[in-house]
Write a protein that binds this ligand. Structure first.
Ligand code: SF4
Ligand code: SF4
Ligand code: SF4
Length: 318
């Protein structure tokens, strides 16, 4: 059991035993050793199932919706960014959310890991050792550099230590140097407008409109999403047709401008591998450059749409 898991369990138990919170939201082992699932502990005994390791990728802020009593969330940097964003948007009282921060050097991209390992392989356990992820399987042990198997967004994360938190379990880790330079957008930047349009036409044509991206996103909390409305019908229904898919994906990216924590949950959930993080990061760069605004990095932050001021810089891209 990892050191961080022990510490998370101990702190969660204390919080519940003292009555400081009614619920702790964290992770437990999932259906395979390289997956975790959300875990909701409401008694001290239930904290024994909590884990915290490289598999804990899900953004837990998605489970916080107007809590009536105090809840604690075991929060990575991106979870904390989302929590602050939804708190500032009235989806939870700050006093009802205890942000128990955990440092994070990247979480597993399960698909990438399996591809890297090659099939068929029976995975028995996954652990971190220094900068490596060690996979124990029936055919022995495989060591992979962590950066090769974490979610792409983790390799340029600016919140590896939660910027806003009530407490921190473990030692802080510095932000990635790449966080400000958007290396992931270099290929798109190098394209002409026509090439970029063709790229997105190809990608967005694959969308089957399952809305897994929406359901995984803490910032997508509207009781009725614009794509579910019939009067007026903003987007053609059903996947597989480009115009409706374009309206859906571009509309969603715009609604997420200045509200996205770059957690990667939407892309991770997409069954047809659309690189949604490119859209999100494109919007993040634009809002950061124009308004010096990054979602969820400060408690005092106002919503981007409530700033009512002119852009500070002209956005050069696109
Ligand atoms: S985006 Fe950052 S905080 Fe979130 S899982 Fe990746 S490295 Fe961790
Ligand atoms: S749009 Fe994607 S990356 Fe951004 S907060 Fe939502 S799920 Fe996370
Ligand atoms: S998860 Fe992927 S396929 Fe499903 S609606 Fe979102 S972009 Fe489309």
């Amino acid at each position: 059991m990892s050191d961080l898991t022990d510490k998370v369990r101990a702190r969660a138990k204390e919080l519940l035993e003292s009555g400081e919170v009614k619920l702790v939201i964290g992770h437990a082992r999932g259906t395979t050793p390289y997956r975790s699932r959300p875990h909701f502990a409401s008694t001290p005994e239930q904290t024994a199932d909590l884990i915290h390791d490289v598999t804990c990728a899900t953004n837990l802020a998605v489970y916080v919706s107007k809590p009536k009593e105090k809840v604690a969330v075991i929060a990575k940097g991106c979870d904390a960014r989302s929590l602050i964003t939804i708190i500032n948007e009235g989806q939870a009282e700050r006093g009802n959310v205890v942000i128990v921060g955990v440092p994070c050097e990247g979480k597993l991209d399960e698909g990438g890991l399996l591809e890297r390992l090659g099939f068929p392989r029976q995975v028995k356990a996954v652990r971190e050792e220094g900068e490596e992820v060690v996979v124990e399987g029936t055919e022995g042990e495989v060591r992979v550099a962590r950066d090769e198997v974490v979610m792409p967004n983790c390799t340029y994360c600016r919140a590896r230590t939660p910027a806003v938190r009530d407490e921190l379990i473990g030692d802080p880790v510095p932000a990635r140097e790449e966080a400000d330079s958007y290396p992931d957008l270099a290929e798109l930047d190098a394209m002409t407008e026509a090439e970029r349009a063709a790229f997105w036409h190809e990608q967005l044509s694959k969308c089957i409109r399952c809305y897994a991206c929406r359901n995984a996103c803490p910032s997508c909390f509207c009781p009725e999403c614009f794509v579910d409305e019939y009067h007026p019908q903003w987007a053609l229904h059903g996947g597989g047709q480009f115009r409706g898919n374009w309206m859906w994906n571009i509309g969603r990216a715009q609604h997420l401008a200045g509200r996205c924590s770059a957690c990667g949950s939407c892309q991770r959930g997409c069954p047809v591998d659309i690189p949604l993080m490119l859209l999100n990061r494109w919007m993040e760069r634009a809002t950061n450059e124009a308004f010096d605004h990054l979602a969820g990095m400060s408690e005092e932050q106002k919503q981007l749409a409530a700033l009512f001021r002119k852009a500070e810089a002209k956005v050069e891209h696109g």
